[in-house]
Design a protein around this ligand. Structure first.
Ligand code: MV4
Length: 453
């Protein structure tokens, strides 16, 4: 096992990794930007290294600064958390060259899954269902028109270097094709430096259901069931739960089998997530594989009783997964609400100094956060400041506990989306489990006021 791990991240996930290391008897090194010098992850780690100014590209995304911090502190492994360098194949490669263990899959797997068109082709070849669409990349608008004529409108143009929804364009008829094709290419080139796009049949309001998988270096590969993540806005998830209300045992087993087939075909090692879209007729299709720990991993931990971060670390150290597939059972139901520092109506970010921070507790409630009364929420990073996870023996009990937890969560000094989350978990459709990726459209922000004219 490792003696010392560097955590190349900030916020609640950096703290979450520190807790796991403490339980495993591993020393921790925090890295931080100047904006995060007083952050809790810096305080609770055994050592801390400042790696640069506030902007992520100069600190948390600065490969040489992170590697240097690991070398001067004698860390043997790096946990990347989510976001930042977590799915950066180049970073995983540099770690390997510097004899540092990257806690995640190898660079080849990260690269393959990061190329969404190649991942789709590989999954199709492995016998995992994919949405009807292009084989590989689409060359130009003519090519896209020909494909769309075959599979039927609407179609979706996706950025191959994208994922998570950036660089996507819905095309509803042939006359829209050239405009949207170029729009998608330009957005992709601007955002990722690569214009490559591919095409799929567009599914209206599918559900997003993802499977957690774990693979070790001994050839063990297993799944920890699903998370339902349909409630999102602008590709930011807001509420996640496990199990999904859309699956029965037969569908769950067949999706789990497909997720394992996907991971097996990639020789997957460490924690990963296989994302599917599920349509109203209960057809499911692979869309992407994420090669990191995800924000919403706690709902899986809470219903299975398995500590995913500790498993990631054990796997990276060459140990076998500490349980078998038969040991994995869903016990009850868990829901996660992401608490963001933002206006609950306009969704505008609301960074600043927190004055009061009183997180909820009590039976079945877990809060993952790095915030506290007096904490400063800097404007440079993602606006998520806490995750509230409620578990119940039934989904109904989890909902009641979530409502009670959100009611007693007090944050003053900055605005938060807690009132929006309360409205979501009280919506009739949510309570009935009737959710899909269009659910948040009913909470649209008010139209922007135009300048006086
Ligand atoms: C789709 C889709 C409909 N049809 N693909 C958005 C994020 C990225 N991971 C894939 N996404 C979608 N792909 C086809 N062929 C609809 C979405 C989508 C979505 C997916 C998951 C969760 C929320 C979403 C919100 C809007 C669109």
């Amino acid at each position: 096992m490792f003696r010392k791990i560097l955590i190349a991240n900030r916020g609640e996930i950096a703290l979450r990794v520190i807790w796991a290391c403490k339980e495993l008897g591993i020393k921790t090194v925090a890295v931080h930007s100047t904006a995060d010098a007083d952050s809790l992850h810096v305080n609770f780690a055994d050592e801390a290294v400042c790696i640069g100014p506030p902007a992520s590209r100069d600190s948390y995304l600065n490969v040489s600064a992170v590697i240097a911090a690991a070398e001067i502190t004698g860390a043997e492994a790096i946990h990347p958390g989510y976001g930042f360098l977590s799915e950066n194949a180049h970073f995983a490669e540099v770690c390997r060259e510097c004899r540092l263990t990257f806690i995640g899959p190898g660079p080849d797997v990260i690269r393959k899954m990061g190329d969404k068109a190649a991942a789709r082709d590989a999954m199709k070849a492995a016998g995992v269902p994919v949405i009807p669409g292009s084989d590989g990349l689409v060359r130009d608008a003519e090519h896209a028109l020909a494909l769309a004529a075959e599979i039927g409108y609407p179609v979706l143009i996706k950025a191959s270097a994208g994922g998570g929804g950036r660089g996507m364009r819905v095309v509803r008829s042939a006359d829209e094709m050239s405009r949207h094709f170029e729009g998608a290419q330009n957005e992709s080139a601007g955002a990722f430096g690569v214009a490559d796009v591919y095409l799929e049949k567009y599914l209206e309001h599918p559900r997003h259901v993802e499977f957690q998988v774990l693979g070790d270096t001994h050839g063990n590969l297993l799944h920890l069931f699903e998370r339902e993540c349909s409630i999102q806005r602008r590709h930011q998830k807001l509420v996640e739960e496990s199990p999904s209300t859309a699956l029965d045992d037969a569908l769950r087993a067949s999706m789990a089998e497909a997720a394992l087939r996907a991971a097996r075909s990639a020789d997957y090692v460490n924690a990963g997530t296989v994302e599917f879209l599920l349509d109203a007729e209960r057809n499911f299709y692979f869309i992407e594989m994420n090669t990191r720990i995800q924000v919403e991993h706690p709902v899986t931990e809470v219903v299975t009783g398995i500590d995913l971060i500790k498993e990631q670390i054990r796997i990276a150290a060459g140990e076998p997964i500490s349980f078998t597939q038969d040991d994995v059972r869903i016990n009850g139901h868990a829901i996660e609400c992401r608490v963001n520092a933002e206006d609950p109506e306009t969704f505008a970010p609301s960074p600043g100094r927190i004055r009061t921070f009183h997180p909820p507790g009590g039976p079945g409630v877990r809060v993952d956060t790095h915030c506290h009364s007096e904490a400063f929420v800097p404007p440079y990073y993602d606006s998520m400041i806490a995750k509230v996870i409620a578990r119940g023996n039934t989904r109904g009990e989890a909902i009641l506990r979530m409502r009670r937890a959100l009611e007693s969560f007090v944050i003053e000094g900055i605005r938060s989306n807690i009132s929006l989350q309360q409205r979501i978990v009280s919506e009739e459709d949510f309570v009935r489990g009737r959710i899909h990726t269009g659910f948040m459209e009913r909470f649209a922000p008010p139209p922007k006021k135009r300048a006086a004219d």
